[in-house]
Design a protein around this ligand. Structure first.
Ligand SMILES: [Zn+2]
Length: 379
């Protein structure tokens, strides 16, 4: 009986989510539905690769986003052994990651039945103070002692102010933001942005776009997931501020969020079509090298890829869904297509990118994706 009741409730919330998506002109994408529902992983991979190519052609033949800009917001230390799972050969214990914020503007509607409107999306914003409560990083900070207090934390606080500055530089204010989204909800304290328990958030008009699986994960984590999620980071947020996605979706002209499970169960990737190119972003891989190990100069990656016949190197701090992650990375690589400047590399933009640093120079990435700035923001 309990199962039947659950089913009814699930259908009801699914209907509400569908109505919200329709209100925002978000189109569910059916192209990838069911492609992973085969028993043989190799067959799953080829199904996804084929659909990824179709998706790439479909988006490239459609409209473009108005604007895409990325900014490095905050730097965080990260274990090298996680960044390039099993492949890296190095004694360097930590690398530095730069967390990127993506400012995206796109149009929706414009058909006979709907007026054309402009939407502003922030993808990958970071509240380093709130996020610092995430158990893994809190413990790292406590172990860091004097260095963390005097060197790391002031930088985090400085970064926290930059979102306002970056918006202002681009002529935007927090109230102009229609959507916020993340590739997944690790470390995120959403309360600052969306408000909680009746308080107004930093972005008063913004809705969170999130895969239902990722949202549900935050409501009932297993112990192996808990170190990476901010405790209570999603607590007390008004349900009207959340738009749940039940599948991959086109948000508007030239912008999509795709289900790319792996790094987390409800992981998603941002896809932006602009300037004749497709850019794909997530944290399934930590650098351009992760998607082109045969061309990488990071010690170990090329050998590992040759020896094991692998196409990509996983970001491996969480191994909840590593087969899915491998398939999702091939999907991302296929959709992104070749990089225009770097032979062998693809147009993937790591949302948390391994940043070259003097102290980790022996493992610095072969290619660093510089910040992007395409198109023009419409006011
Ligand atoms: Zn993560």
């Amino acid at each position: 009986m309990a199962i039947i009741t659950d089913r009814v409730n699930t259908d009801k919330v699914t209907d509400i989510a569908k109505a919200k998506r329709e209100e925002h002109c978000i189109q569910d994408l059916t192209l990838f539905n069911g492609v992973r529902h085969v028993m043989r992983p190799a067959q799953r991979l080829e199904n996804v690769r084929r659909r990824a190519l179709q998706f790439r052609e479909m988006v490239l033949s459609g409209g473009e986003a108005n604007f895409l800009k990325t900014e490095d917001l905050v730097y965080a230390p990260y274990p090298t052994k996680f960044a390039y799972l099993h492949a890296v050969k190095s004694w360097v214990p930590y690398i530095l990651l730069s967390n990127k914020m993506f400012i995206v503007q796109f149009n929706v509607g414009g058909s006979i039945n709907s007026a054309r409107t402009t939407k502003n999306l922030l993808f990958g914003i970071n509240d380093p103070i709130g996020n610092g409560e995430t158990p893994y990083f809190k413990s790292m900070r406590e172990r860091g002692g004097w260095i963390a207090k005097n060197f790391v934390e002031p930088r985090l606080e400085k970064a926290a102010k930059q979102i306002n500055q970056q918006l202002a530089i681009n002529g935007l204010s927090p109230k102009d933001i229609d959507y916020i989204s993340f590739d997944h909800l690790h470390v995120q304290d959403l309360r600052k942005w969306l408000g909680s328990d009746g308080s107004t958030g930093f972005f008063p008009n913004a809705k969170l776009l999130v895969m239902r699986q990722e949202w549900e994960s935050t409501q009932g984590l297993l112990p192996i997931q808990q170190p990476w999620y901010c405790p209570d980071g999603a607590k007390g947020i008004d349900a009207n501020k959340i738009i749940l996605l039940d599948s991959s979706a086109m948000l508007g002209h030239g912008v999509a969020l795709l289900q790319t499970p792996g790094h987390t169960e409800g992981n998603q990737s941002l896809v932006v079509h602009i300037d004749g190119q497709l850019f794909v972003a997530s944290e399934n891989g930590m650098s351009a090298d992760s998607y082109a190990p045969l061309f990488s100069r990071i010690p170990g990656l090329q050998n590992y890829a040759l020896k094991n016949n692998v196409e990509v190197i996983l970001n491996g701090n969480t191994l909840e869904n590593s087969i899915d992650q491998y398939i999702s990375m091939v999907m991302e690589k296929t959709i992104a297509g070749p990089h225009l400047d770097y032979d062998g590399f693809c147009n993937f933009i790591p949302s948390s990118e391994h940043a070259p640093m003097w102290f980790s120079r022996s493992v610095n990435p072969t290619v660093q994706v510089s910040n992007l700035n395409y198109g023009m923001l419409m006011k």
